[in-house]
Design a protein around this ligand. Structure first.
Ligand code: FAD
Length: 407
């Protein structure tokens, strides 16, 4: 077993690290300060487009696509350390056109989209000209179970009619968010996993109303945000159906393979950043005439953080390697395992880093509070911990089927 990254990955690691160090880190604080000082925060500041153009020119663009045609031909395993680096920053994922939910939506369009859908939506998404949203979760039903969705996507002649209410649609507040993927009920009489379809809708279609933006711990994550949307008889052409009627559940499962572990890769970077801030603060600040690091159990906290990051990183890499080798379906247990472990690990380390920072840790003077909100949200987004644990146990118990007593 070789723990070294490939020569190609190492080259990209150097380049992405240098770009983040030289271009992103020096402006990030000013960028966030300026955005937050604006009355209207749902805007793209010019620096973002400038950085995107520079990243594109440097060949650091769409790094997540594991093929030469759309990306730069990095495998999921090779992409993992790059996503980790971008996880240290709030804006780096977008600068490299590798941010959620666009990556997952691009993967869907690449895998299941028709040539027309790819021309209309995948091309501008890959160029970073537009942004997108994924609208599955509904306020009215337990959405951890994708088969529960009640919003409808009914085929009427050469049109599809969308009705219902969605919430937690990430990215819907972005001024360049031009398209969404809607998951709706098409045939309630079909078998449970073939009742729903995925349909593309333009954000400006008549009948699409963003009713409100939802805060996460009081913050709105501008300019992306998470919205609640009402769909009132939204009519789109039948050609907007992705893959075909009844294939929504299948696409939802496929979409969340690589996309889920991209979040995990970034969470490793976020945890690294929190540990770094923790160590610096604990070294520089003194109390009771000692550096904070030498008080109480603070060295144990640092050691535990290092051990937990290393363990999680190895599992992220294993899950990425398995997706490359056997596909997302064959890596279901590993994907779910890391989807539970990574946000919990990051949340715990960020929490410890906030504690070492004292009151300041909870303010916006440090990125820790926002990072905490991000890690905490990822214990729900793309499926709550409990649902993933359920799947891991289900796969584990297959080995013991012969022993199972009847319920
Ligand atoms: C910041 C953020 C961004 C998001 N972005 C998007 C997005 O872009 N698009 C989108 O469609 N959705 C998005 N979501 C929604 C997210 O995917 C859902 O919140 C999640 O799937 C859970 O659905 P729910 O909220 O309806 O919770 P419910 O389904 O009501 O579940 C609530 C709780 O019930 C328990 N539970 C559920 N099932 C089980 C089980 N099998 N075993 C044990 N306990 C269980 C768990 O504790 C779970 O947390 C986002 C959420 C957040 C917080």
């Amino acid at each position: 077993m070789d723990f070294q990254h490939s020569a190609k990955a190492q080259d990209y690691i150097q380049r992405v690290r240098a770009f983040i160090r030289d271009e992103i880190e020096p402006i990030e604080e000013d960028y966030l300060r300026e955005l937050h000082s604006r009355e209207n925060k749902w805007v793209v500041l010019p620096i973002i487009e400038e950085l995107k153009a520079k990243a594109k020119a440097a060949g650091l663009w769409n790094l997540f696509f594991p093929n030469e045609e759309h990306g730069v031909g990095l495998s999921n395993l090779e992409y993992a350390p790059l996503a980790e680096l971008t996880g240290r920053s709030f804006i780096a994922p977008e600068v490299f056109n590798c941010n959620a939910p666009d990556t997952g939506n691009m993967e869907v369009l690449e895998k299941y989209g028709t040539p027309e859908q790819q021309e209309q939506w995948l091309k501008p998404l890959m160029a970073g000209e537009i942004r997108s949203a994924f609208c599955m979760t509904e306020p009215g039903v337990a959405s951890s179970d994708a088969t529960n969705m009640q919003a409808t996507a009914m085929v009427e002649g050469d049109e599809i009619v969308l009705n219902g209410r969605k919430w937690w649609s990430t990215g819907i507040g972005h001024p360049n968010c031009k398209v969404g993927i809607f998951m709706g009920l098409t045939n309630p009489d079909a078998p449970r996993h073939q009742q729903h379809s995925m349909v593309l809708f333009p954000m400006d279609a008549p009948g699409v109303t963003i009713e409100r933006m939802l805060p996460v711990f009081g913050h709105y994550d501008e300019p992306y945000g998470h919205g609640e949307i009402r769909f009132d008889n939204v009519r789109v052409p039948a050609g907007n159906m992705i893959a075909g009627p009844g294939r929504g559940f299948e696409i939802a499962q496929g979409r969340l393979g690589p996309g889920r572990i991209h979040h995990c890769m970034r969470l490793i970077g976020m945890a690294e950043k929190a540990l770094e801030l923790m160590c610096i603060r604990a070294s520089e600040r003194t109390a009771f005439r000692k550096p904070l690091v030498n008080l109480g159990g603070n060295r144990d906290i640092i050691a535990n953080a290092r051990m937990n990051i290393e363990q999680a990183r190895l599992l992220v890499l294993k899950a990425a390697w398995m997706i490359d080798k056997v596909g997302a379906a064959g890596a279901m247990s590993e994907i779910s395992q890391i989807k539970v472990i990574a946000p919990n690990m990051a949340q715990e380390i960020i929490d410890a880093a906030m504690q070492i920072h004292g009151g300041g840790g909870l303010s916006d003077d440090f990125p820790l509070a926002a990072m905490f909100a991000g890690a905490r949200a990822l214990r729900l987004a793309d499926g709550p911990d409990e649902v993933h644990r359920g799947l891991i146990a289900k796969i584990e118990m297959i080995k013991y089927k012969a022993h199972m007593a009847h319920d």
